[in-house]
Design a protein around this ligand. Structure first.
Ligand code: ADP
Length: 286
């Protein structure tokens, strides 16, 4: 974790977080009593879906009976066929959608969200984009400047603060997007296939940088990708979802300690685990 000295830092609401959503245990006491598990401690869980289903008003059954938890310090990745409900799950976690049954336990006030596209505002500089969420939280100007400075450093964008998004490469735009959420020091980070549109080398480099941040910042992560290699490389656990309506078919623990080196991708144990996940995923497409 970053030192107290560069706080002015504080944790605040994620984009889209709403209070009082039915079926959601919001920020509150560290220990929450939850449906079916009275007295179960929230302190050791950052995020939990309990039998969550989602049927959209047009009848599309997107997610079916998903139970999945992410503990502090865990990096959990979901892989599954296109359209199986992965993004819907993240949108439910963030409060952008409301599950039609089941329960969700999340501290929305400490949630960060990185989308598929960098979603930077084109008329604001990189620095001003990174500052955005802190500004919306009402953090004062001097504190914001400090936050932006330390975060820009963290994601390797020093010297690019005054550029506009269109002047950046895809990888740098994604770093800026990551920085914008990092400013608020989220305890739980949702990643909706953030590196899917990047070339392989840039993606591998950003995978390494993301893991460095994961270790440094100590957030819990729920990540979506189509790449099995990316899933295994990043995660402590990989969950495989079925075709729509998405259910969790299998979960795989990833045994490699952090920090992980680039060459881990060529380790025989890595290949074997990737093969097992691929096998489960092929089953998911049928
Ligand atoms: P994934 O992220 O796994 O590709 P999504 O979660 O985006 O899948 O979508 C799951 C399914 O739900 C898809 O069939 C999609 O078309 C459908 N869907 C997503 N949002 C809505 C909506 N607002 N109304 C109706 N159907 C939706």
């Amino acid at each position: 974790m970053r030192s107290e000295s560069d706080t002015a830092r504080r944790v605040s609401s994620a984009e889209g977080g709403t209070a009082g959503t039915p079926g959601v245990e919001e920020e509150g006491p560290e220990t929450a009593s939850v449906d079916g598990a009275p007295g179960r401690s929230m302190a050791d869980e950052a995020l939990r879906f309990d039998h969550v289903s989602m049927v959209f008003p047009d009848g599309t059954h997107a997610v079916d009976d998903v139970s999945l938890s992410v503990k502090p310090g865990e990096f959990v990745t979901i892989v599954g066929p296109s359209g199986c409900g992965k993004s819907t799950l993240l949108r439910i976690a963030s409060g952008l959608e409301t599950n039609t049954s089941g329960s969700l336990f999340v501290r929305r006030k400490s949630l960060g969200y990185v989308f598929q596209d960098a979603t930077l505002l084109p008329w604001r500089t990189v620095g001003k984009n990174i500052e955005l969420l802190a500004e919306l939280q009402g953090i004062d100007k001097a504190a914001r400047a400090k936050l932006v400075e330390s975060t820009v450093d963290l994601v390797g964008l020093k010297g690019f603060e005054d550029k506009y998004p269109k002047q950046l490469s895809g990888g740098m735009r994604m770093r800026a997007s990551l920085a914008r959420s990092l400013v608020l020091e989220p305890k739980v980070f949702l990643f909706d296939e953030p590196f899917g549109s990047l070339d392989e080398i840039t993606r591998e480099r950003l995978n390494g940088e993301l893991l460095r941040l994961f270790q440094l910042e100590g957030f819990a992560a729920l990540f979506i990708t189509h790449s099995i290699t990316e899933a295994v490389y990043l995660s402590t656990r990989v969950a495989v979802m079925s075709a729509r309506p998405g259910r969790i078919l299998a979960e795989f623990a990833v045994p490699f300690p952090y920090p992980r080196t680039h060459d881990l991708r060529y380790d025989p144990t890595f290949a074997q685990l990737s093969g097992e996940i691929s096998h489960a995923l092929r089953g998911a497409h049928t």
